[in-house]
Design a binder for this molecule. Sequence first.
Ligand code: GLN
Length: 552
Amino acid sequence: MADDQNIKPRYIFITGGVVSSLGKGLASAALGALLQARGYKVRLRKLDPYLNVDPGTMSPYQHGEVYVTDDGAETDLDLGHYERFTGVSAHQSDNITTGRIYSNIIEKERRGDYLGATVQVIPHVTNEIKDFVLSDAGDVDFVLCEVGGTVGDIEGLPFFEALRQLGQELGREQVLYMHVTLLPHIAAAGEVKTKPTQHSVKELRSIGIQPDILLCRADRPIEDSNIKKIARFCNVRESSVIQGLDARSIYDVPLAYHEEGLDAEVLRHFAIKPDKDIDLSRWQDISQNLHNPDGEVNIAVVGKYTILPDAYKSITEALVHGGIANKVKVNIRWIESESFEKEDGPDAVTALQGMDAILVPGGFGERGSEGKILAAQYARERQLPYFGICFGMQMAVVEAARNMAGISDAKSSEFGPGGTAVIGLMTEWVKGNEKQTRAAADDLGGTMRLGAYPAVLSRDSLVENLYGSQEISERHRHRYEVNIAYKDKLEAAGLKFSGMSPDGVLPEIVEIPGHPWFVGVQYHPELKSRPFAPHPLFAGFIAAAVKQSRLV
Ligand code: GLN
């Protein structure tokens, strides 16, 4: 640490008020990035008050994408922001929900661990939350811990109470509360209103938490008189009322919040005197690159949850990173795969016209799958770059089986019995030195092939070239696999299996030699892409799209 106090780690609790969707996750991630840029080690965590044990079984329509960690946790998508902004790999122990807390407590109660005590929200639930927040922090200077939802939500109360207690127990020199609020502009009055922020802070104080920093989201600069008013009514220093304006790109946010003094206020709260200057060059380079592209490419993403872009958050960001790597702007056209299948819907040829490349992302279930197969066929036959991720790879294999290898009834067993299951349910595989087994009737929650697995790439393949290595590790989240029994037949027809699990049993990557860029991967490369370290497959995919755009 820069000063002589050895307090470690310091905790920054981030809460939200007024409305949801204010970018609390982004604010936490950006603050993490700023503290890193000052030379500190950070860790970011998320407390989710909902009752699901994890978001793994939640619909992408409701909750957006499920982010998967190396150690196989299915987590909130905010953990993706944390990783993208800090490069620090999140762990199982960085996301917890009320559901998980209660399931731990009930397990302990059944075991008799409470020795006959009446089990209550306070202290048992709050203790469990506190233990989680304090556990496994590692050797970091700051733990940033965000609470989902907004202050005042019934289900959030135990979390706020636990954080209040921690402030008391650890002392204010080790704890900072940052509250993210909204300053709405009322068009009819032509005025920006501070009242919702005042009320939100009042709510927070009524449960015993006095915020130290207010990050006020606004769509226009906040007038000085309003800063003063907020400071006075909310009992914070004027310099701690930080203006959070909408940014052109999320990657401008660290620079913007630094300009507004956010990281300086945090250090001031903890009485830390920085011993070196902040190094923001990484963010300046990204911002410079993003806002001065040399060209643009049009990418079609053919999926099922396209009305809610949050369902494909990491894919979107990884495409942007691929754009950064090639200094081009990436325009995404979201296409509902099912629309290809409808009598009166557009056919693939019309909808995909003008696109420089096609990406089919992960997905579940039969609905929309024929449209994805059509998209893969279109890309293969027209020599258009194609990137199939997880389900997008599986559908490309079904397409190749049907139209290249002559297996006309090829399908995935995910769609029920019948046909030739070139994609089948996986019931056994190896993780580390252990054998994992699953049965068709197992629970849906937490039972997929999850987290990081190694793969071995074939020499002289496109993917080996892109990764610059023959050994890789990538994150998985799926239940089905390409059935190895069809490998020889598919390879003879021209689909190369260029990446396999180290034991040679599970196909991880397919590609089509001779096609400009046709890659399907069983894993989720988008989860490991960073703006400052674009994933090699996304960088390669966008490079191929750039080439394609220059052809037409
Ligand atoms: N539904 C497929 C499976 O479970 C693909 C999953 C995915 O795309 N994440 O194997």
